[in-house]
Design a protein around this ligand. Sequence first.
Ligand SMILES: [Zn+2]
Length: 521
Amino acid sequence: MTTFNVLTAEFLHETNTFCKFPTTSATFAERGLLFGDAAVAARRDHNTEIAGFLDAGHAYGWNVIHTISAHAQPAGPVTREAFDTLTAHIIDAARVHLGQLHGILLGLHGAMVLDFCDDGEGELLRRLRAVVGPGLPIGITLDPHANVSRAMCDLADIIVSFKTYPHTDMRVAARHASDVLQRTMTGEIRPRTLRVTRPMLEEANGGRTDVGPMLERLARARAYEKEPDVFVVSVNGAFPNADIAEVGPSVLVTAQGDMARHAAFASELADDIWARRHETINKYHTVTQAAAICKAYPTDSKGPIIVADYADNPGGGTYGDSTALLAALLDAGVQGACFGPMVDPETVVQLQGHAPGDKVDILLGGKTDARFGGAPLKLSCTLVSLSANGDYVGSGAMIGGLHRSWGPLAVIRVDGIEILVVSIRAQMLDLQQFQAFGIDPEKKRIVALKSMQHFRAAFEPIAGEVIVCDSGALCTLDYAVLPFSKVPRPVLPLDKAIDIEDWLRRNNNGVYVPGGRSGAA
Ligand SMILES: [Zn+2]
């Protein structure tokens, strides 16, 4: 029996093209840039793509050659320097092992934009195909916030998106892609991936899978995956903060045989995404409304009220220094609250010159772009504690066991609110992000945090109530304030009245089926 040699990599970035911070090699180094065995050692036993690839490798007796695991906090476009450097590790390894490789597995995001190309994953696959040729099977995993391009469908044989948001099935999705790759490498199957889209920036609920219509779609997807010649069905909610031509939700089917039948199935799901485009589950409060609800939250409630700032989610490439919600909570005079994160490295440096217990006058947050989420707040705070590195280890379903860092941080108190002031942007999605620094959200009455949806995995179990607000930061739902120019029009929600029949006629019914690559196996 042949031992298959499989090259693997993780290279993930979600790009908010409206974020003014470029994503550089240093940005990747800040979050996590690991090579070969070191990447495997750090990520093998956790909820990661590489863990799923290696689970399969173990089961099938593969020789797995892992190249890099590169992740960066979502931000602006990836620079050419960073992209060239990181992809070179993957491309060079493919070149070194050329002739001995049987397959490639890549853990990607699907919404990476480069400063010289709008389709980062497509460009990576193009460079890889240029070395390995058209025939070598390539499987990729995607985050369901992917904006899937035609090039990705052309150049990868197998595409598997996570089926959860909050994302908790990275390892499962990677195993799924690996299992399909195994059958492809043995010659049993010859998969291709088709794509169906509709003219919208994102699915109505951003792809939420804890409640709502996406659950029904995924149930249908799983049922169709059991049909003959069907290997994967992926339903992507998309990432809307991307001013690119190929933005928006998609349904993918990785299959063989009667592609017209598979396209018809995918179209049914895409039609459902379109038909239910106004079925929004979240009620998006203003910050003033949110603060009033928090203020009125009964003191004898079982568990805190969680108030999430949807718009200033650093996990969507925002600055994490929006002050609007904090200002509203302070104005309302709430007690027993915590707030985090407030990304403000300058203030952290200032506070490092003080000792716990000191009263310090600060200018907090709002420094990056006050148009999105409010101006700096002039506050008098009490320094509670400092951490020189801000390191923590996740404990929840998303990042359990993984090492992460806020960078140098300070915990301060202003009136009734303890505030986590950090140096490195990240979204709040794990209790340890507070607890490791002495803030226990379970003992608070009000927990204010910056996240759209991922926070639910760890914070809903401790919550008495959950509300969501829009602070007007960079991930605001008011898309009209963002300077879209490349997105093809009409598109929802920038254009209200769209003649969908006309759009379907002009866009091949939204269906893209890749032709075979010449020379493909
Ligand atoms: Zn995502």
